[in-house]
Design a protein around this ligand. Structure first.
Ligand code: SAM
Length: 277
């Protein structure tokens, strides 16, 4: 497998493959970025990697060298020949030509034995959040997720209270994972070149010290608290027992005039738990 823009374009041309915008196809053509992702994600021969969107296989090839096995989901069946060619000596790769959002990863994982499960991918940008949500909601037993995402979206994922990017999604993800940026990635390393820069972000599964008593209530509370971002909790949480909310806020030196964007995860958990008692 050779990594150069020309080689990649030649390979795609030879197979009459046309890049499809509607599938978010921006293929990595810089070997250094791929090596960096592999090295920073600490994959080893006990690791099963789940890759969403192998594309032409440039990341997949190096994943297969570092990991025990690689299971991929690719929506675009016209990539089959390209992938066959690029991965002909990677016997530990399985590619399921399916829409990941409609797939059943828990079922697919049953035949694999592994010590660690990592999701490593350059995600299609049009469905970054739904993919992460599916991994959480399907309870895919991941130890770590390392994904390339649009910079702006990644910053929202890992935003901290008080920043303008902080929202319900940041709180939700922060409940499950510790998140950190691994790499900045220029738009110039993709074919075709997208209009935005990217980052590689790492999600590591959290062991919880604070238990949520009623998850459904907790998630609803987060959504409602951020319903109108510029409004106070008093306004956004009109349908809740505000005396309970106020009591919790007081313990933290706050009152109902606070906005959700100022509250850290632990306070949301405390409010939700008090409301569910
Ligand atoms: N991994 C390759 C790389 O880095 O060069 C390609 C990454 S490209 C940004 C995203 C890939 O995801 C494309 O190959 C695209 O066809 C695939 N894709 C898009 N939507 C998908 C879906 N719903 N399920 C599975 N794959 C999808």
């Amino acid at each position: 497998m050779e990594y150069s823009p020309r080689k990649m374009q030649d390979l795609l041309n030879q197979n009459d493959f046309r890049l499809k915008k509607q599938y978010g196809q921006n293929f990595i053509i810089d070997e250094n970025i791929i090596d960096n992702i592999i090295q920073k994600s600490n994959i080893d021969k006990e690791t099963l990697v789940l890759e969403i969107g192998p594309g032409a296989g440039s990341l997949t090839y190096k994943l297969s060298q570092a990991a025990k096995q690689v299971l991929c989901y690719e929506i675009d069946t016209t990539l089959e020949e390209v992938l066959k060619e690029n991965l002909h000596d990677s016997s530990n790769v399985e590619i399921l030509f399916q829409d990941f959002l409609k797939a059943n990863p828990l079922e697919d994982l049953k035949k694999y034995s592994y010590q660690k499960l990592y999701v490593i991918a350059n995600l299609p940008y049009y469905i970054t959040t739904p993919i992460i949500m599916k991994i959480i909601e399907d309870r895919v037993p991941v130890d770590k997720i390392c994904v390339m995402v649009q910079k702006e979206v990644g910053n929202r994922f890992k935003a901290q209270p008080g920043s303008k990017e902080y929202g319900s999604l940041s709180v939700y993800l922060n409940y499950y994972f510790s998140m950190k940026k691994l790499l900045d990635v220029s738009r110039n390393v993709f074919l075709p070149k997208p209009n935005v820069d990217s980052i590689v972000i790492e999600f590591t599964k959290k062991e919880h010290s604070m238990k949520v008593l009623d998850e459904a209530l907790f998630f609803k509370l987060i959504r409602d608290s951020f319903e109108q971002k510029r409004k106070t909790l008093k306004n956004n949480l009109k349908n809740y027992d505000l005396t309970i909310v106020e009591d919790v806020l007081k313990r933290h030196g706050l009152d109902l005039s606070v906005r959700a964007e100022a509250l850290e995860l632990a306070i949301f958990i405390e409010i939700a738990n008090e409301l569910s008692r």
